[in-house]
Design a protein around this ligand. Structure first.
Ligand SMILES: [Zn+2]
Length: 394
């Protein structure tokens, strides 16, 4: 068995996408009404960093049976019914939290998440078959069995993890999205074979406004939560992540790792309150890859999913970097000419990005965002390692 620290074989990752992500959106006034997966894949191709024949898989729709492995039959039927009707009937609004600003109706509002979910299950199967996988349309970590939550209709991370569990694997889920991975934590709270770990904006000031505290440790001590303050800078994120992660992975001793890689911790994100750079984000992803358990040929057993991220340009740059880390490529920092054009064509109000401009279009990395390490951040990390039932003995 190859150990962490040994080189990662190249060309052992699969990118999962689908043409439908170009066509459907949440609508013009929704934070997710922006190009995300399609822009990411286009930027990867602008870098010439995708061998479509060997590395690309078209996502399939999850079956009703797969979906009802987590969601209720009533909820799935309601989503299907609304999609066919072209609207959300009144009776479903409260019951399933649909048809409001948060979780609006849009064309394909069942089919598109169903493909994103099928893709996470395919990704799990790629991992079982000896490859890494990246499903940028996945990572919808807030959805509940019977309800949409926080722009998430179907909880694809849960169903991807369930696929790994059906193969008898012990799973570590690491969620670096700016928001607490509440739906996934809840789904596996009483399964000691799944450890969930989330670093996020403290729910005292950020969505979902409850849970995700360091003292929320799951039924078996299998939930690890690190809530963090506003304006978290690169120095603080590095300290928190790289102190916590090795301890979590050692204590969890997983057979496979599932990463939720939402990009809303990045500085220019309009919904996130952290001040983290793309390079710091990617250092965390590299550490996750390197500490994941390996197949005999050295391939990490790692499934990466997308997640939040509401600044399309920053998101596409970052996820292109995630793909490079998995597929074993070194991408130049400078964006290729066609990549710059691609980003410049996106309909996006740049006013709030003034200080970021023009680096946004020139490099896939950001200005350095190091800063002071606040004692409260240090204390939060120390306290978690000292008091958490899973970590204190590790
Ligand atoms: Zn988020």
């Amino acid at each position: 068995m190859a150990a962490s620290g040994e080189p990662i074989p190249a060309g052992k990752a699969t990118l999962i996408g689908a043409a439908r992500y170009r066509r459907f959106s949440y609508g013009d006034n929704h934070p997710l009404g922006i190009p995300r997966v399609s822009l990411t894949i286009d930027l990867i191709q602008a870098y010439g960093a995708l061998d479509e024949e060997r590395e690309y898989l078209i996502g399939r729709k999850a079956s009703d049976r797969e979906l009802t492995g987590f969601h209720t039959r009533d909820y799935i039927l309601a989503l299907q019914r609304c999609e066919a009707l072209g609207k959300v009937p009144h009776r479903f609004r409260e019951q399933h939290n649909l048809g409001n600003f948060e979780n609006p109706w849009f064309p394909g509002f069942f089919s598109t998440p169903a493909v994103a979910t099928g893709s996470s299950i395919q990704g799990a199967e790629e991992v079982l078959a000896g490859r890494m996988a990246f499903n940028p349309a996945g990572g919808m970590h807030h959805a509940r069995p019977d309800q949409a939550r926080g722009f998430c209709y179907l909880n694809d991370p849960v169903m991807g993890i369930q696929r790994l569990r059906r193969a008898g694997k012990r799973v570590l889920y690491i969620d670096i999205d700016a928001h607490h991975g509440d739906g996934v934590e809840m789904a596996f709270a009483d399964d000691p074979e799944v450890v969930t770990c989330s670093l996020h904006m403290d729910t005292g000031y950020a969505y979902p406004f409850a849970g995700g505290q360091a003292t929320d440790t799951g039924v078996h001590g299998n939930a690890v939560n690190l809530p963090l303050p506003r304006e978290l800078n690169d120095t603080e994120y590095r300290h928190a992540f790289h102190t916590l992660w090795p301890r979590v992975v050692e204590a969890a001793a997983p057979d496979a790792v599932v990463l939720q890689a939402g990009t809303d911790i990045l500085r220019p994100d309009p919904l996130g309150k952290f001040t983290v750079s793309t390079q710091t984000f990617l250092e965390a992803v590299t550490a996750i890859r390197d500490a994941s358990p390996r197949h005999p040929d050295g391939t990490p057993k790692l499934l990466a999913l997308g997640g939040g991220g509401y600044h399309p340009l920053v998101l596409a740059r970052c996820w292109a970097g995630v793909w490079a880390i998995l597929s074993g490529r070194e991408l130049p920092e400078a964006l290729p000419e066609s990549g710059r054009e691609l980003l410049a064509e996106v309909d996006w109000d740049m006013d709030e990005d003034e200080e970021w401009y023009p680096g946004l279009f020139e490099s896939r990395l950001d200005p350095d965002l190091s800063g002071p390490l606040r004692p409260e951040v240090e204390a939060a990390v120390e306290g978690l390692l000292r008091d958490h039932p899973l970590l204190r003995g590790a």
